[in-house]
Design a protein around this ligand. Structure first.
Ligand SMILES: C[S@@+](CC[C@H](N)C(=O)[O-])C[C@H]1O[C@@H](n2cnc3c(N)ncnc32)[C@H](O)[C@@H]1O
Length: 259
């Protein structure tokens, strides 16, 4: 399947779109941090703007793992490691964290943040490529959580992960979905038929009626159910929240059909 590409923001446009002024506090050829009051965002090499940590996401992920301790966490969109530190190292006290991100500079920050707290392995790579080429060779028997904190759609990373990782024990899945962002950027938001087609290609599921945030949550649930059918696990919904504008945060528990 050919996945649509996210149209990239220009940094200046993205910064202008925000309702409060943002100030760059650090600039390099690769990563720029912008700050407005206490809110920080960073802009990756690909010029995508990522809010560093939405409070609703932090709470949703903390709740997702509230009765999980130790074990291994795989983060497929690790970024600068806000969830890595605050949720997986500090709260869950994971024994090992495997952090994947295209941005190698961000991963250095992840290492700094948690190196005294837990074992950390970082992989500067596109996550689909990592899932296809490296995941099958990892020693990951004790994965308790896999986190997909995407800026945009998490679908291709989720698909690639479960295509290459056999779920043998119950585990939690954290999803961040910003598909609404893609949809707006692709210009299909005003054409329900085109949007429906895009969603069907991206998530392999369809929906009826007019798309909205509730529909998107249902789409994510159906997408995870489909992963379960394809890969032999049951899916239980744990929690959900949403951020500003487009972002949806979902948590699931998945249980192998044959334990
Ligand atoms: C929302 S941020 C992650 C924030 C991070 N989880 C945190 O709590 O600090 C999204 C990240 O995904 C990364 N990214 C985007 N597409 C990717 C891909 N296909 N493979 C790996 N990383 C990707 C970006 O570089 C960015 O760091």
């Amino acid at each position: 399947m050919k996945w649509p590409q996210l149209q990239r923001f220009r940094i200046e446009d993205a910064v202008k779109k925000r309702d409060r002024p943002y100030h760059r506090i650090e600039a390099s050829p690769k990563t720029v941090e912008v700050r407005s009051g206490k809110t920080k965002a960073y802009i990756t090499k690909g010029e995508l703007v990522a809010p560093s940590l939405h409070p609703n996401k932090l709470e949703q992920r903390k709740e997702l793992v509230k009765d999980v301790k130790g074990g291994t966490v795989v983060e497929m969109f690790a970024g600068e490691g806000n969830l890595t530190k605050q949720v997986y190292a500090d709260k869950m006290k994971a024994d090992k964290i495997v952090a994947v991100d295209v941005d190698s500079r961000a991963l250095k920050k992840v290492e700094e943040k948690v190196k005294d707290k837990t074992e950390i392995e970082t992989y500067p790579s596109h996550n689909v490529k990592w899932a296809e080429q490296q995941l099958p060779y990892q020693d990951l028997r004790d994965v308790k959580v896999v986190d997909f904190d995407a800026f945009g759609s998490p679908a291709d990373a989720v698909q690639a992960f479960f295509d290459n990782y056999e779920v043998k024990r119950p585990m939690r899945v954290g999803l961040t979905d910003g598909s609404g962002l893609y949809i707006a950027q692709l210009g299909v938001a005003d054409d329900e038929a085109k949007r429906r087609e895009w969603i069907r290609k991206e998530f392999g599921v369809s929906y009826s009626g007019q798309w909205n945030r509730e529909k998107q949550k249902q789409i994510l649930d159906n997408f995870m159910e489909r992963q379960g059918r394809e890969h032999g696990f049951k899916v239980q919904k744990v929690n959900e929240a949403h951020g500003d504008q487009w972002a949806i945060y979902k948590g699931y528990k998945i249980i192998p059909a044959v334990a």
